[in-house]
Design a protein around this ligand. Structure first.
Ligand code: AR6
Length: 176
């Protein structure tokens, strides 16, 4: 399958992006935490946690949407990635579900531009290479069947993730 031209990568702080929706790598409580979750809540302001409280949490692999308050984005889509154990606890399928459910929710809410962080690859310790392959394959397949989303950007905060995504794209271009 060809790499969809709607997919791009960048190395930035996701809270700075002016897209329709940024995705948050949250925990099941949806009440904030460290990593990208902490950065999003800090930049959005306390109204975000107030709205999140009304959502009553979120299961691993699922996604829920809120407004983005003081962020430049319009919406935040909160998803809960799997905590990496040994790979035998359905981690891969759950990570795939995160990306799929975020995109489904985006389509439902008429979101055209969306930015993903590298879900589960920080505190949740999912191996970065495997996570990147799952992320790219899942999003690319989704875009092949759905025309309403116009742009998906993978926001790689750390150098290691950026290099992994860059290499995957280069390989994809040369082999497809
Ligand atoms: N912009 C973009 N990416 C970021 C940013 C940022 N500002 N900050 C960190 N990252 P993590 P997880 C990257 O740990 O592994 C929280 O406490 C980071 O480099 O944020 O899914 C939640 O509440 C990494 O590649 O999320 C949960 O308890 C990626 O974001 C738990 O962490 C994900 O790292 C979720 O763990």
């Amino acid at each position: 399958m060809q790499l969809n031209s709607k997919i791009s990568i960048c190395q930035k702080d996701i809270t700075l992006l002016k897209v329709d929706a940024i995705v948050n790598a949250a925990n099941k409580s949806l009440l904030g935490g460290g990593g990208v979750d902490g950065a999003i809540h800090k930049a959005a302001g306390k109204e975000l946690v107030e709205e999140c409280r009304t959502l009553k949490g979120c299961e691993t692999g699922e996604a829920k949407i809120t407004k983005a308050y003081h962020l430049p984005a319009k919406f935040v889509i909160h998803t809960v990635g799997p905590i990496w154990g040994n790979g035998n606890n359905n981690e891969k399928n759950l990570l795939e579900s995160c990306y799929k459910n975020c995109l489904k929710l985006a389509v439902k809410n008429n979101i055209k531009t969306i930015a993903f962080p590298n879900i589960s690859t920080g505190l949740y310790r999912f191996p970065k290479q495997m996570a990147a392959e799952i992320a790219m394959n899942t999003v690319n397949s989704f875009l092949a069947d759905n025309n309403s989303i116009e742009s998906v950007v993978f926001v790689c905060f750390d150098e290691e993730n950026y290099n992994i995504y860059e290499t995957i794209i280069k390989n994809w271009m040369t082999h497809n």
